[in-house]
Design a protein around this ligand. Structure first.
Ligand SMILES: O=C(O)CCC(=O)C(=O)O
Ligand SMILES: [Fe+2]
Length: 367
């Protein structure tokens, strides 16, 4: 394993923090159709919405791990570029969502410049040549083949998960696959993420609370810092990175499609605990989303028909409208089995657009 992953080069994960009870699901066994593994996977999707996907022993999985390591090495070089160079590819210039983005932290470098927490969203359709490509730094283009392979392989793993979900949900064959065709325009993207070492800050931690708004997220990280909230509690627990596994979680679209049968769990990222606190933290995220034109509404058939009917009927939105509204901060809230719940204490709420008429403004401590 040591040669495939790089976690052992970093300080160890803290031993004195509470960790999340994520089950480990073997991709190789899912690919082979193992029913115990598939049942454990479906249970995790219903109850926690998060699990480890063990990539080892799967040809596809090991390719993804190897590519994730290469992309992690690459992103460290990417983020070393001067701020003003990256700024040219920033949200104000390039695109409201698929672009470079940063938050200034309250830490300054030796020249007195605020240190940034940074990310860069790269569209699947740019990478696969399915649309007119947004401008991007030349070093991204030098890694075109790697990005292309990574997207194709992550999508193949996602397709395998969707197929198992489809079967458990007793939906007509291909229902979920047909909402997620790789050849169609969608909000799928690769996100590079880097956060410099910083102190834990409660207000910032709360602002970072979110659910993912797509279908299935494939996440690689190398240091602690990801926390999930334990369902029906207010406890935050850390997710320990496991070499050879990625963390998979379901997003809002899967909740919407299944009328709450599947779970999109709230989570956030805080500085790595313990000995890892002094390290800069990178993560690599592949977000899969429904095709742009898909209207986010409950599907018909199978187990979903037995789900309760929502009292508050929200304005139907396409996956594209949803991602643009959520991704640009116009929908400060999280999606739960009770429907959309606004983060009432979020200053952005007053700017929420009129298109959201019909969304219930009841806000709970989100569970
Ligand atoms: O960095 C991580 O570990 C998680 C990132 C995350 O939750 C996200 O980008 O949606
Ligand atoms: Fe997330």
């Amino acid at each position: 394993m040591a040669s495939l992953t790089s976690h052992h080069l970093l300080p160890p994960f803290a031993t004195d923090v509470k960790t999340a009870p994520l089950v480990s699901v073997s991709l190789a066994k899912l690919e082979a159709g193992d029913s115990d593994t598939s049942n454990a996977f479906f249970k995790a999707c219903r109850e926690l919405g998060f699990f480890y996907l063990d990539m080892l022993g799967s040809e596809l999985g090991e390719k993804i791990v190897s590519e994730a390591e290469q992309l992690n090495a690459f992103q460290k070089e990417f983020f070393k570029m001067p701020y003003d160079v990256k700024d040219e590819y920033g949200r104000p210039h390039l695109h409201p969502f698929y672009a470079y983005r940063y938050n200034d932290l309250d830490v300054k470098d030796k020249n007195g410049v605020a240190i940034r927490a940074e990310s860069y969203n790269l569209r699947k359709d740019d990478i696969l040549g399915q649309c007119e490509r947004l401008a991007c730094p030349p070093i991204i283009l030098e890694k075109q083949e790697l990005f292309n392979n990574y997207v194709v392989h992550c999508r193949a793993a996602v397709d395998c998960l969707l197929e198992h979900l489809n079967r458990h949900l007793e939906l007509p064959a291909g229902t979920l696959a047909n909402l997620h065709r790789i050849s169609e325009r969608s909000g799928d993207h690769v996100r590079l993420v880097q956060a410099p070492p910083s102190e834990y800050n409660e207000a910032r931690a709360q602002r970072a609370e979110h659910t993912d708004f797509g279908s299935i997220t494939v996440l690689f990280n190398w240091l602690g810092g990801l926390q999930i909230r334990v369902p029906d509690t207010t406890d935050w627990v850390y997710v320990r990175p496991i070499p050879g596994s990625c963390v998979v979680n379901l997003g809002d679209a899967m909740v919407k499609f299944t009328a709450g049968l599947l779970r999109s769990n709230i989570h956030r990222v805080v500085p790595p605990p313990g000995e890892q606190a002094g390290e800069s933290r990178n993560s690599l995220v592949f977000f899969s989303r429904p095709e742009d034109a898909v209207v986010l509404k409950r599907l018909e058939g199978g187990l979903i028909d037995a789900q309760p009917v929502e009292e508050n009927v929200e304005t139907p939105m396409t996956a594209h409208e949803w991602i643009m509204a959520k991704g640009t901060g116009q929908l400060p809230g999280v999606y739960t089995k009770k429907g959309f719940e606004w983060k009432e204490n979020d200053a952005r709420l007053k700017n929420a657009p009129a298109l959201l008429n019909g969304m219930p403004r009841a806000v709970a401590s989100v569970a």
